[in-house]
Design a protein around this ligand. Structure first.
Ligand code: SAM
Ligand code: SF4
Length: 330
């Protein structure tokens, strides 16, 4: 694997890219989207060939880990073909974040196409609560999808839970027991102020990682571990289970100093930071004529100078970033 050629002004090396393959989704999670969403017209969205070309270019610049996300990546037509293509680029880690609704049929084809790891979002084990958080999702389908993923033999499966005070925080103990029973890792995430939502007040619903840890500790001892998965989570282990319990704490434990990643939206906007608007239009370069891969590479290298030192999310519920998470590529 080549040495990363992507280093920013603060000496951070970027070797992890999250590619959004669609802004569309079959769910409307209350913290992620408004109930009525307008999605992008097709011509503004990168083609699968353009996404693959971007992925290949990043790999040539030393990227070792790619995560496909969205929106819901599994609602993008021909996503398996894209996975198969990117799977040939020799990545150390190749992962996807999904809501799990399509996994009952797609888990095995994804694994066979070369995907190594899956993150599956799961905010509730109560079918009614699950339906109210996702607005359109069906819990049984996601649980079936999780089992299909376990059978397909991925290198790793992790559950992602956004914890909301007065929403699903009371389910933290059940979610931990569930993860232990299914033998999958679980990460609890603090809600971030991306996009304007109406379902709840983000400030009031913020449940910090410290609070979630306290809930878990009423049932299990948590042993800190320095292991990391190349992402922002801090991990803990339990003496009587092989699973890892992670916490992503954009509010309470800023992870910017070790940030090694960038995101590309499905419109080809290179986002240098989740919590800032700095971006570079790669679609313009991708669609430039004649095709010029050197220019694409140089544009990506130059854009590293725009990566800000840190994000500044406030906890009072204010929206600081106007784009929703489904546009950002969570
Ligand atoms: N649709 C897929 C899913 O739900 O897993 C992938 C995209 S989704 C945007 C990626 C992750 O971002 C999910 O785990 C979701 O729970 C999380 N997420 C969405 N909006 C968020 C927000 N405002 N704050 C924190 N996490 C959020
Ligand atoms: Fe869709 Fe994922 Fe956003 Fe939920 S979090 S609305 S599943 S993109």
């Amino acid at each position: 694997m080549s040495q990363s050629k992507l280093t920013d002004r603060f000496g951070r090396t970027v070797n992890y890219v999250r590619l959004s393959v669609t802004d569309r989704c079959d769910f409307r999670c209350v913290y992620c989207m408004a109930e009525e969403m307008t999605f992008l017209p097709r011509q503004q969205v990168l083609t699968l060939e353009e996404i693959a070309r971007l992925a290949k270019t990043f790999v040539s610049l030393g990227t070792e880990k790619i995560r496909l996300t969205g929106g819901e990546p599994l609602v993008r037509k021909d996503i398996i073909e894209l996975v198969r293509e990117i799977g040939t680029y020799g990545l150390r880690d190749f992962a996807m974040t999904t809501n799990g609704s399509q996994l009952p049929t797609m888990a095995e084809p994804l694994r066979k196409a070369g995907l190594k790891r899956l993150n599956i979002s799961l905010d509730s084990l109560d079918p009614i609560k699950f339906a109210s958080i996702t607005r359109t999702g069906k819990l049984s389908r996601v649980l079936e999808g999780l089992d299909a993923a376990r059978e397909a033999g991925f290198d790793g499966i992790k559950l992602n839970t956004v914890v909301m005070k007065g929403g699903n925080d009371h389910e933290v103990p059940d979610l931990i027991e569930f993860a232990r029973k299914k033998n999958v890792d679980i990460t609890f995430i603090e809600e971030m102020p991306l996009g304007t939502i109406s379902a709840h007040d983000r400030g009031q619903a913020l449940c910090t990682s410290d609070e979630v840890r306290d809930i878990v500790r009423q049932h299990h001892e948590l042993i800190p571990t320095p292991e990391d998965s190349g992402g922002p989570a801090r991990y803990y282990r339990m003496s009587d289970s092989p699973i890892k319990v992670g916490f992503i704490s954009p509010h309470s434990h800023n992870f910017c100093a070790t940030c090694n990643r960038v995101r590309v939206t499905v419109e080809g906007r290179l986002l240098l930071c989740l919590g800032n608007e700095h971006s570079v239009d790669l679609r313009r370069v991708l669609r430039g004529y004649p095709v010029n891969d050197d220019k694409l590479r140089q544009t990506i290298i130059d854009s590293m100078d725009l990566k800000p030192e840190r994000h500044h999310f406030s906890t009072n519920g204010d929206v600081q970033i106007l784009r929703f998470m489904n546009m950002t590529g969570g």
